[in-house]
Design a binder for this molecule. Structure first.
Ligand SMILES: [Zn+2]
Length: 135
């Protein structure tokens, strides 16, 4: 499966701050790309926020690497302080959808793994509707 990193960079010159908003997948294969964007943005002398709350997929190993490397970004002197890097995290790590779960024949219940993936990982509430008793 292809994991595509999408990053929106916002720079606020008034507050000398920048936001890297990750919307795609952050996995070990593309984490160096995000780190390169972070290094470039930090050279502008901005306080950088990495917003991961809207990411589609966050791999724990990539996140570990990001946190480690973010601490190593050189701190540049600014008026009244130094550049900082902070990371905004979602409550839990999202995963991008696997290939679509096979459509179930009507009346055939989902397996536990399929139901868990759809309901909790993909938040597909439609998975619950066939099981609501109808009167
Ligand atoms: Zn992904």
């Amino acid at each position: 499966m292809e994991h595509t990193l999408r990053v929106l960079v916002r720079i606020d010159t008034k507050t000398s701050s920048a936001c890297l908003e990750v919307r795609g997948c952050l996995v070990p294969e593309n984490c160096p790309d995000l780190l390169e964007i972070l290094r470039h943005t930090a050279t502008l002398g901005a306080h950088v926020v990495i917003n991961l709350t809207k990411a589609r997929h966050l791999a724990a190993t990539a996140l570990d690497d990001l946190m480690l490397q973010a601490d190593r970004i050189p701190s540049l002197p600014l008026d009244g302080g130094h550049t900082t890097v902070s990371v905004q995290l979602p409550a839990r790590l999202p995963v991008c959808p696997p290939p679509r779960v096979q459509a179930q024949a009507p009346g055939v219940p989902l397996g536990n793994v399929q139901a868990f993936e759809l309901a909790f990982l993909h938040r597909d509430t439609a998975v619950l509707s066939p099981f609501i008793p109808r009167r």
